[in-house]
Design a protein around this ligand. Structure first.
Ligand code: HSE
Length: 361
């Protein structure tokens, strides 16, 4: 089967390298690059060349920008090609439309690589929902911010220097404000909650990043046997749900507190399985390429997960479902996640959220 890879950054290169070295069944027919960058015979600047080539079965989106990626994915699906993507911003933005087009054109849209790096969380959520009613999905979903928090806590590193190291290691987004501002996690929790709850969730959710986090805040919590992790959290009851992104206070002896470096951990809660936790590298070229390659192979092997057929619920966003306490400076404020994040933003102070039901703090 022939594929076309869009983009030749850390992830695009990893895919090409793997396929050149190891795959007899799959060939890279094209790599789409920006004008002036198509320096090899297999590279093109013209997306129409890919669309018009009937031998290309899968378009693999390894681009970072939302707008181009969304447009290319849509056109590929409309022309009857399968799409495998790592672009969380594009999928979170237009999941409903992309899934509908995929269904209408009888092709796959696979997005494992959008969320939690190499952890097979989309596949596991889809598999678990066959037998479970899922009532929560939450976790550490950003490698860059976990890396920063871990280095600050364990090595006393400076925020800015650690962010630069995360960029050098290929963990951070091209614009790292998406990582530290929580918007990368926002995209991921939207995608995972929609998949878990079988309906498309709103993008209008409370988001608070770690820009205001300091070593002193971490040390003060450590002295109380607690720590902070940036988390995407979502809960659901029947067709009602709530979700958000916020630094969370967790016990130092919890699994989440021990997640180091660029790793992520995602928890799903089901009525039969109870709490299931998935752990692994959440960022980096090879881990993300691995998730894309698994999606490519699942299409190639016709092991179709058919996630696009499962978004049948009309869900209601009910922010009151996520209640807890926010620690803003020296104040403890009770309320919904939405109210607490709004108050912290008004004061421009760091907030750490404690949701007793989720974290049993
Ligand atoms: N910038 C992202 C992260 C990459 O740090 O988690 C993986 O989605």
């Amino acid at each position: 089967m022939k594929i076309a890879v869009l983009g030749y950054g850390t992830v695009g290169r990893s895919i090409c390298k793997y396929i050149e070295g190891d795959s007899k069944d799959i060939q890279v027919a094209y790599v789409l690059r920006r004008p002036g960058k198509a320096t090899e015979p297999f590279m093109t600047e013209d997306f129409d060349e890919i669309l018009n080539d009937p031998s290309v079965g899968i378009v693999v989106d390894a681009l970072s920008g939302r707008v181009d990626s969304y447009d290319y994915m849509k056109r590929a699906l409309l022309s009857g090609k399968h799409v495998v993507t790592a672009n969380k911003a594009a999928v979170a933005y237009g999941m409903e439309e992309l899934c509908r087009i995929a269904v209408d054109h009888n092709v796959n849209l696979k997005y494992e690589a959008t969320s939690a790096g190499t952890i097979p969380i989309v596949a596991e959520i889809v598999s678990t929902t066959h037998t479970n009613y899922l009532s929560a999905v939450y976790g550490i979903l950003n490698g860059t911010t976990n890396f920063i928090i871990d280095k600050m806590l364990t090595e006393g590193s400076e925020f800015d220097a650690t962010l630069k190291e995360a960029q050098r290691l290929g963990y951070a987004e091209a614009d790292p404000t998406a990582d530290i501002g929580g918007f990368d996690v926002k995209n991921k929790i939207i995608i995972l909650a929609s998949t878990a709850y079988h309906g498309f969730v709103t993008g209008d959710i409370p988001v608070f990043g770690i820009e205001l986090l300091t070593k002193k805040i971490l040390d003060d919590y450590a002295a109380k046997g607690k720590t902070i992790k940036l988390m995407g959290i979502s809960v659901r009851k029947d067709n009602d749900y709530a979700l958000g992104v916020v630094p969370c206070v967790i016990d130092m002896d919890s699994l989440e507190a021990h997640v180091p470096l660029n790793n992520n951990i995602v928890t799903i809660v089901g009525d039969m399985c109870g709490e299931l936790k998935f752990y692994g590298q959440g960022a980096g070229g090879a881990p993300t390429a691995d998730a894309l390659l698994r999606d490519i192979y699942s299409i190639f092997n016709s092991v179709n997960i058919d996630v696009e057929f499962q978004f049948f619920r009309k869900l209601n966003y009910v922010p009151e479902m996520l209640r807890g306490a926010g620690y803003i400076g020296n104040d403890r404020v009770e309320g919904t996640l939405e109210e607490i994040v709004a108050e912290a933003k008004r004061r421009n102070e760091f907030v750490a959220f404690e949701c007793p039901e989720l974290f049993k703090a």
